[in-house]
Every structure is written in C-alpha cells, then in structure tokens.
Ligand binder design. Structure first.
Ligand code: 2HA
Ligand code: ZN
Length: 265
C-alpha cells in the first residue's frame, strides 16, 4: 500500500481518537475525522483522470488540495493505538469537481460528502480551521430529545449559560441541523452553512460536528459543550430546573474578554 508521511497530523488523529474512545464518545465505528492539508502539496502524485470520482457538488475552494480522512468502519479505540492504517489521503482535482484516492486507507468514511462540503466552506470563511471531527456523545444527543431543544438559539442559550466560561469559548453558540440521513449530501451542505458562523454543529438525534485548527482544538470545543450539557443533566437528574447565569452577566463576561461582537442574544 502506498504510504504517506504526515507525522504531525497522524499524531493529532491518534491522540484525539484515543480521547474520544476513552470518553466513550465514539462507540463502535461511530464518528469520523479529517484534516485538510496546507496549500497545494506539489509532492503529491497527480490524480489520474481514470481515478477521478465525481463529487455531487463542486468544492472550488479545495481545488488541488488534499484531505486526510478516517476510513469507513474504523474504530476510535483502534485509531487511538495506531492511526496510520485507518487514515486515507484524498486529493481534489484542479477543477474542484472530482476527487481521487492517493494513499493509505482507501475506503473512506460515509461522511466524506459532509467533510468535503465543510472543508470547502472553512477554506472560504475560516481557512485557519483545518480539522473536522464528528462524534456521538450521549449527553449531547440526549439534548435533542428535550421538547423545544430543536434550534440553535434555544440550545445555545439554555446550555451555554450554565457555566461561566462556556459562552466565552463559544460566543457564537452552537449550530443545529435537523435530522438528515447519515452520510447524505444534505447533511453536509446544511452543516457547511451552519459552520460559517459556528465552530460546533449539533446533528439532531445523531451527534456533534466540531471544527478547529487541529483535531485537538476541535476536541477542546466539544469538551466545553459536553461539560455544560453534563451540568444540565446533573441538575435535571436532581429534579432541579436550571436557573442559569443570565444574559446580563454573560454579556459582562464577553465584554471583559472582547468577545461580545460574536454573541447573538
Ligand atoms: O459511523 O458516525 O455518521 C460513522 C458515523 C457516520
Ligand atoms: Zn455519526
């Protein structure tokens, strides 16, 4: 099998997968991850036309770029031990309408259309965010079953107001996409739209999509949201209806740290 040598990215996949597994957030083969590689990498083999796979929508911002993506059926608990056999390297054609496999694992995650659509949006709007992580944390999925928790604003306001620093880390709140078929293009396109503004998107009844400069950075944001959701469930389990911090105090915190402009109340 053709090999590739992206040691830094492989370490990021490995340690993030280890922690996803340790936290019980990626059961069985649930979840997937990808990293967009910097600039056009001229050392990558040119894509043969015969190996071109047509993309359902063009990804012009990814033209000529490459993405490392976890393989279908790969398990976080195994990636966390040895990442390399589980990661594939894909290149997008110069016209941004096709992609092809270059090296490594060549059976990509079913969420490839979502990852490519999101990388395309990130490259356009937040090029520093090169990593995408999808996982299934129980406390976040459970939020989708609370009556009324079916939109970005309600979930952001109720959950990110339970701990002083949560809204500071996620001032724009979290995005929300209603239930869509896993692996579908619709899921990818709606997520790409939500991610223009948000770093996290909750997929209703499914799981979370997180972005960051690295997978570890995406994991940080996921951890912050999950911590607040954990506080919510602890209170609910104790029969307490959360009081929450209150908008005025949240605004005070965001103002003190210069982040009020990213907050939409
Ligand atoms: O099984 O989580 O959403 C991988 C997934 C697809
Ligand atoms: Zn999933």
């Amino acid at each position: 099998m053709t090999k590739f040598s992206y040691a830094e990215q492989l370490d990021d996949f490995k340690s993030t997968a280890y922690w996803l597994s340790k936290r019980g957030w990626s059961e069985a083969a649930g979840g997937n991850m990808s990293i967009r590689l910097d600039a056009q990498n001229t050392t990558l083999a040119k894509l043969h036309e015969d190996d071109h796979i047509k993309l359902p929508v063009a990804v012009p911002y990814l033209a000529g770029k490459a993405v490392l993506l976890t393989g279908s059926g790969t398990r976080a608990r195994e990636i966390g031990m040895n990442a390399e056999p589980h990661i594939g390297l894909y290149k997008i054609s110069d016209d941004g309408r096709h992609y092809g496999w270059i090296a490594g694992n060549h059976n990509p995650s079913m969420e490839l259309p979502a990852h490519f659509a999101i990388h395309n949006a990130l490259e356009q709007h937040r090029p520093e965010d090169k990593a995408i992580l999808h996982t299934h944390p129980a406390s976040l999925i459970a939020l989708c079953h609370v009556p009324g928790f079916d939109n970005s604003k309600t979930i952001s306001d109720k959950i990110l107001s339970l701990q002083s620093e949560a809204r500071l880390i996620l001032p724009e709140g979290i995005g929300f996409v209603e239930h869509e078929l896993p692996g579908s293009l619709e899921l990818g396109l709606k997520s790409a739209e939500a991610l223009v503004r948000h770093h996290l998107v909750l997929w209703q009844y499914h799981g979370l999509l997180a972005t960051g400069e690295t997978l570890a950075g995406a994991f940080d944001k996921l951890e912050v949201f999950e911590k607040s959701a954990g506080v919510y469930w602890k209170l609910r389990a104790a029969g307490i209806d959360p009081v929450d911090i209150g908008k005025a105090e949240i605004k005070e915190v965001l103002t003190a740290f210069g982040r009020l402009d990213r907050y939409s109340s």
